[in-house]
Design a binder for this molecule. Sequence first.
Ligand SMILES: C[S@@+](CC[C@H](N)C(=O)[O-])C[C@H]1O[C@@H](n2cnc3c(N)ncnc32)[C@H](O)[C@@H]1O
Length: 266
Amino acid sequence: MAYNMGEYYERAGDYDLEYQGQSEQDVPFWRELVMRYTPQRVLELACGSGRIGMELLHSPGSFELEGLDISAEMLGAYRSKLEREDEATRGRVTLHEGDMCDYSLANKGAFDLILLPFNSIAHLYEIEQQLEAFRNTFEHLAAGGRFVVDVFVPDIDYLSDALNHPSHVYVEDEIEVPGEFTMLLYTSRKYDPVEQLEHMLWTHEKFFENGEHERYLNKLDMHIFFPRELQLLFLATGFSIDAIYGGYDWKPFGKGTRQIVVGRKQ
Ligand SMILES: C[S@@+](CC[C@H](N)C(=O)[O-])C[C@H]1O[C@@H](n2cnc3c(N)ncnc32)[C@H](O)[C@@H]1O
């Protein structure tokens, strides 16, 4: 079966606009996490355009930060942000273009913290891909190092709508860039319960101040991770589970909408 991440991440500028609100929610969590664990060497898998990484660089700590992503466009946006930083900050960061299922970095075995934030794990569609990503990450950690994965807990009502009403269209957001354009975002969603796949169709529609209009469509598939399944991935690949949080406010697992699992290489 062919899965689709299509061209969704090719427009990194629109991605940053769309998810700037997300940063208010999750960035404080990641900053706090890094302060608690005081790592020396951090890797963010699926680092994208540096939405989180750039903030971590301005957090306490002088850790080296590496980022890995499959999208050249997202990494290009990250590099542009880094260019605006001073030399010392830029010198702490190394970016890699690659697939998290199949990566091998020079610092393999030397990372004490590896992060996989904001649902990016949902782009691992096949069981073998998921196992490869976890095994590989285990090898990249130093003894005692931690792997932290953040993904939403499946919402049964949402999935039921996506299963039973696949032709519904939802307005996701309206974003205004003053003096330039207003962007409307719509989705339709189909859920395949056998493959545990959500097939999303995103429509981005921009109304420019000068009267011009642009619309583009993107397909985006997400694997739906049920909680036991995610925990099993950690346990099947050598990790012990240190903690599971239910939200960015450190709620206990089960009290929130997220599953943030901290796996440890003992
Ligand atoms: C939801 S975005 C998250 C980006 C960033 N971590 C953030 O929080 O803004 C998902 C990212 O996963 C990347 N990605 C998807 N599949 C990947 C893979 N197999 N290996 C590495 N990166 C991948 C995409 O290119 C995209 O940048």
